[in-house]
Design a protein. Structure first.
Ligand SMILES: NC(=O)C1=CN([C@@H]2O[C@H](COP(=O)(O)OP(=O)(O)OC[C@H]3O[C@@H](n4cnc5c(N)ncnc54)[C@H](OP(=O)(O)O)[C@@H]3O)[C@@H](O)[C@H]2O)C=CC1
Ligand SMILES: O=C(O)CCC(=O)C(=O)O
Ligand SMILES: [Mg+2]
Length: 418
C-alpha cells in the first residue's frame, strides 16, 4: 500500500526477513529514520554523515543506504495534522522496512499517547531494549576505572508499569478499582483511599522468558561470562520476584543450566566456546551500588522495564554520560535503533550536543544488518576522534586541552577519523 506523506527514496530496496528471522539485506537497503524532536534536528544529520562515510569507506560504493524519512512526534503534527503524533503509516513503514533508526521524541504534555517512544515499542512489540555500556578511551568520567564497565543491558520493553495501566487520583475509575480492591479482594493496606492514584504492574511469564532468552543467547553468541537478573523481588514478589524465578527457569529449560553450589545461581557451558556462563541475580537497589563498586563482576544484565530505564542512565554516567549511550529496540526481526537520551529541549537546534549516542546506535544497526566492516569503522572513528580530544560540549567542559566541536563537526570528525 502506498504511503500518503512518506516519500520513497529514488533508489534502494526493502530488507526482508526469512522464516528463521534472519535478514536479507540488499546492497542498497532503504532505511526509515525518524528525525526526532528537540535535539533530533542536530543529532540525526550528524549520525547520517558518520554512517554514510563508514558505508562508503567500507564498501567502496558497492553498498549504500537510501534514507527514507518517516514522521513521529512534533514533526508529524506539522506534516499530518495537529493531533497526529504517531501516524499509522510510520508504524507500517518501520515494520515493513524491518530496520530503522530514530531520534528522541518528546512525551506530549497532553493528548492520548503517554509516551511516543513507549507507544512505538509496544505497537511494534519491540520487546528487547538492548543498551550496551562501555568506555571509550579518553572519555571523561566520574569513576576511577571506567574501563571496568563493559555491560549490556537487556531491558524488558513491553510490560511493567510502562504498560500505562493507571488511573488518576479522584477519578471514577481509580475509585472503582479501589472499591474492588478493598471490598472484593480483601485489601486493607491502601493507606489513604481518597484521592489516591492507582497503577498496575503487569509482568508475565511469556514476556519475561522471551527477554531473558535473548539475553542468554546474546551471552552465548558474544562469549560473555554471566547474565545477571536484576529485580526487586523481595518487595514485589509476584512481579519482580516472578521475573527472577522465570529467568532461572528459562536458563534451565532452554539452555540446560544447573544450580551452582546448590543455587540459586546457575551455570552452563557455552556451546560455542565451552566456557562457563553463570546466571545470577541481584536485587535492584543493591545493583546500583554494585555496578559502581565492582563493575567488573557484571556482564549481561536482564531486567524489567523500569529498572532497565534507571540502570541504563546510571551506567551511562559511569562511562561519560547519556550523550554517548546507544540502544536498540527489537522484536524477533524488526529493529529500531535509538539513542538512550531524550530531546534535551534547551539545546535544540543549537548544533551543540553530542551525537555519539545516535552514531553508536547506528553502529549497532549496521552490525545487526551484518555490515560489520562499516560498524567497525564507526567505532574506530568515534574512538579516534575522542582520543584526539575532538569532542562536543559535554565532554569538553570536563576535559583539559580538548577541542570543542559542534554536533555536526563531531559527525564529520567521526567520518574523518575512520
Ligand atoms: N527515547 C527517547 O526518545 C527519550 C525521550 N525522552 C524525552 O525527552 C524529553 C526531555 O527529557 P529529559 O529528562 O530532560 O532528558 P534528556 O535526556 O533529554 O536530557 C537530560 C540532560 O542530559 C544531557 N544530554 C541529553 N542528551 C545529550 C546529548 N546528546 N549530548 C550531551 N548531553 C546530553 C543534558 O545534560 P546537561 O544539561 O548537563 O548538559 C540534558 O540536559 C522528555 O520529553 C522525555 O520524555 C527522554 C528519554 C528518552
Ligand atoms: O519516552 C520517554 O519519554 C522516556 C523513555 C526513556 O526514558 C527511555 O527510553 O530510556
Ligand atoms: Mg530513560
Amino acid at each position: 500500500m502506498a504511503f500518503e506523506k512518506i516519500q520513497l527514496p529514488a533508489g534502494g530496496e526493502k530488507i526482508t526477513v526469512n522464516a528463521d528471522n534472519s535478514l536479507n539485506v540488499p546492497d542498497e537497503p532503504i532505511i526509515p529514520f525518524i528525525e526526532g524532536d528537540g535535539i533530533g534536528v542536530d543529532v540525526t544529520p550528524a549520525m547520517k554523515i558518520a554512517v554514510d562515510a563508514a558505508v562508503a569507506k567500507a564498501y567502496g560504493g558497492e553498498r549504500k543506504i537510501h534514507w527514507m524519512e518517516v514522521y513521529a512526534g512534533e514533526k508529524a503534527t506539522t506534516i499530518y495534522d495537529a493531533d497526529t503524533w504517531l501516524p499509522e503509516e510510520t508504524l507500517r513503514a518501520v515494520q515493513e522496512y524491518v530496520v530503522s533508526i530514530k531520534g528522541p521524541l518528546t512525551t506530549p504534555v497532553s493528548g492520548g499517547i503517554r509516551s511516543l517512544n513507549v507507544a512505538l515499542r509496544q505497537k511494534l512489540d519491540l520487546y528487547v531494549c538492548e543498551r550496551p555500556v562501555r568506555w571509550f578511551k579518553g572519555v571523561p568520567t566520574p569513576v576511577k576505572k571506567p574501563q571496568d564497565v563493559d555491560m549490556v543491558i537487556f531491558r524488558e520493553n513491553s510490560e511493567d508499569i510502562y504498560a500505562g495501566v493507571e488511573w488518576k487520583a479522584g477519578s471514577a475509575e481509580a475509585d472503582k478499582v479501589i472499591e474492588f480492591l478493598t471490598k472484593e479482594m480483601g485489601v486493607t493496606n491502601i493507606r489513604f483511599t481518597d484521592e489516591c492514584g492507582i497503577g498496575v504492574k503487569p509482568v508475565s511469564k511469556e514476556g519475561t522468558q522471551r527477554l531473558v532468552r535473548k539475553a542468554i543467547q546474546y551471552a552465548i553468541d558474544n562469549d560473555r561470562e554471566s547474565v545477571t537478573l536484576v529485580h526487586k523481588g523481595n518487595i514485589m514478589k509476584f512481579t519482580e520476584g516472578a521475573f527472577k524465578n522465570w529467568g532461572y527457569e528459562v536458563a534451565v529449560e532452554a539452555f540446560g543450566a544447573e544450580p551452582l553450589d546448590g543455587g540459586p545461581w546457575h551455570a552452563f557451558d557455552n556451546p560455542n566456546t565451552g566456557k562457563r556462563i553463570v546466571i545470577k541475580d541481584v536485587i535492584a537497589d543493591a545493583m546500583l551500588q554494585q555496578v559502581l563498586l565492582r563493575p567488573e563482576e557484571y556482564d549481561v544484565i536482564a531486567t524489567l522495564n523500569l529498572n532497565g530505564d534507571y540502570l541504563s542512565d546510571a551506567l551511562a554516567a559511569q562511562v561519560g554520560g547519556i550523550g554517548i549511550a546507544p540502544g536498540a529496540n527489537r522484536s524477533d526481526a524488526v529493529g529500531m535503533f535509538e539513542a538512550t537520551h531524550g530531546t534535551a529541549p534547551k539545546y535544540a537546534g543549537q548544533d551543540k550536543v553530542n551525537p555519539g549516542s545516535l552514531i553508536l546506535s547506528a553502529e549497532m544497526m549496521l552490525r545487526y544488518m551484518g555490515w560489520t566492516e562499516a560498524a567497525d569503522l564507526i567505532l574506530q572513528g568515534v574512538e579516534n576522534a575522542i582520543a584526539k580530544g575532538e569532542v562536543t560540549y559535554d565532554f569538553h567542559r570536563v576535559m583539559e586541552n580538548a577541542k570543542l566541536l559542534k554536533c555536526s563537526e563531531f559527525g564529520e570528525a567521526v567520518a574523518a577519523n575512520m
